[in-house]
Design a protein around this ligand. Structure first.
Ligand SMILES: Cc1ncc(COP(=O)(O)O)c(C=O)c1O
Length: 432
């Protein structure tokens, strides 16, 4: 009925998430409001790590990609499931440290990490650093020497795969700001350089080919190319890489028409490729890391808004304006991402209209979507935009000095605030 298993309709005809009435949540906490079903987040994490157990004998780890959505409570949740974390900035690292996250299970990413960030990662015992380029390797080597520590590193590789996704989220091809290119020999030269370093140990290779990918073939291809590169390094340099980090990027259902591949199938097919290639090349099976972000949290989240103005422009379109917009969900203006929406207090009614849902920012492009099917929406209705758990809160901004919404977790019908709503006072907090 809905794009996510977290959602249902109760006897009052209201939309529910994780057993909680969304209209009541909007009343209790105000709007706009991010609501996430904690149980579904846990289920998704478990499906990933169970699939590694089944398909790959448990020789692997899930490192949840915090960029999709993170806060102290999310870090605690991931830690309680025994999973790792992929962090990309000092802010994400700091959040993990403050949440008491086991830092040895953290991988530190980024294409332009600062010395301050690298030093922070080393000081706080981050498990591994995914090095993006030679200048970073050199700076890290110096920092490690100064601190008298040896860092475990991986290299981010561009395997040269076309992941059939939006160009803004494609990352595995040669024209990408991320990582070392394989085709040009850049990656191989970098490996040679890393092996000559004294204060860093090259333990793994990483690739991430893009995001919101529905087809397993490019993932299989990436696994094949990466395993082949491990073999080349062993054959030509006599050094065997122990860890293969295959990134994230698994597609989710934003629209009824989307048909994502079950995680279990992804893991099964990729495991077969890694095992076959390792056997072919006479390699030990590497420890596998996967970094799902969107697929863990997107289906678990919704955003609730209050409908304000309704503007019917005859022969053109009907605008339904809400009390949020690109500040809490910039994905439409960035990628023209599509969503489904429901009038939460009319969830059992037919969707009879095609509307444009507009935000409240001073930008014509500030839309949640166009041509969206919706129940007849009027001022005062509660609108739910579905599958907003990833890259919404984490990409939110204070454009127009709009305070950010609160985030509420729901579990077994009970709700609690995990991120407080910002106030106008928060808006001037850093002003001098
Ligand atoms: C290195 C890396 N790993 C994992 C992810 C998570 O991707 P997704 O949320 O599509 O699973 C990203 C997303 O940008 C990434 O860059």
């Amino acid at each position: 009925m809905f794009v996510s298993d977290a959602l249902d309709i109760n006897s009052q005809g209201n939309l529910t998430i994780g057993g909680a009435d969304t209209v009541a949540l909007a009343k209790e906490y105000g709007t706009p409001l991010y609501v996430m079903d904690e149980e579904l987040i846990r289920t998704n994490l478990r499906r990933f790590h169970t699939s590694i157990d089944k398909a790959y004998g448990g020789r692997g780890m899930v490192c949840y990609a915090g960029k999709a959505f993170t806060c102290l409570e999310m870090c605690r949740l991931v830690a309680s499931e025994g999973d790792g974390l992929d962090a990309v900035s000092i802010g994400e690292l700091y959040t993990a440290v403050k949440a008491g996250f086991p830092m040895e299970k953290v991988g530190f990413h980024g294409n332009n990490k600062t010395d301050e960030e690298l030093a922070y990662a080393l000081d706080n015992g981050v498990g591994h650093i995914i090095v993006d380029n030679i200048s970073e390797l050199k700076r890290l080597e110096v920092l490690c020497a100064q601190k008298g520590v040896k860092a475990q590193i991986m290299f981010r590789i561009k395997p040269g795969i076309d992941a059939h996704t939006h160009k803004a989220v494609m990352t595995g091809q040669i024209d990408s700001k991320f990582g070392f290119a394989l085709e040009t020999g850049e990656a191989f030269e970098a490996v040679k350089e890393a092996l000559a370093c004294e204060n860093t140990e090259l333990v793994g290779l990483h690739c991430h080919i893009g995001s919101q990918i529905f087809d397993i073939t490019p993932f299989e291809e990436a696994a094949r190319v990466m395993t082949g590169f491990i073999a080349k390094i062993r054959n030509e340099l006599g050094y065997e890489i122990k860890c293969l980090d295959l990134g994230g990027g698994f597609g989710i259902k934003y629209l009824e028409s989307h048909d994502p591949v079950p995680f279990e199938e992804y893991m099964e097919r990729v495991s077969v490729v890694v095992k076959t290639e390792c056997e072919k090349h006479g390699l030990e099976l590497p420890f596998i890391i996967i970094e799902p972000g969107r697929s863990i949290v997107a289906p678990a989240g919704i955003t609730l808004y209050t409908v304000g103005a309704r503007k019917e422009i005859p022969g053109v379109r009907t605008y339904i304006s809400v009390d949020g917009g690109m500040t809490d969900n910039p994905r439409y203006i960035l990628y023209q991402s599509e969503y489904e929406a429901v009038v939460a207090n009319k969830a059992s009614q037919e969707r009879t209209e095609k509307v444009t849902i507009a935000g409240k920012c001073c930008e014509s492009g500030d839309l949640i979507g166009e041509g969206m099917s919706l129940q007849h929406a009027e001022s005062g209705d509660i609108l739910a935009v579905l599958a907003t758990g990833a890259y919404n809160y984490s990409m939110s901004s204070n454009y127009n000095r709009i305070p950010k919404p609160a985030v509420v977790f729901v579990s077994g019908g009970k709700s609690r605030v995990v991120v407080k709503r910002e106030t106008p006072e928060d808006i001037i907090r850093s002003d001098v």
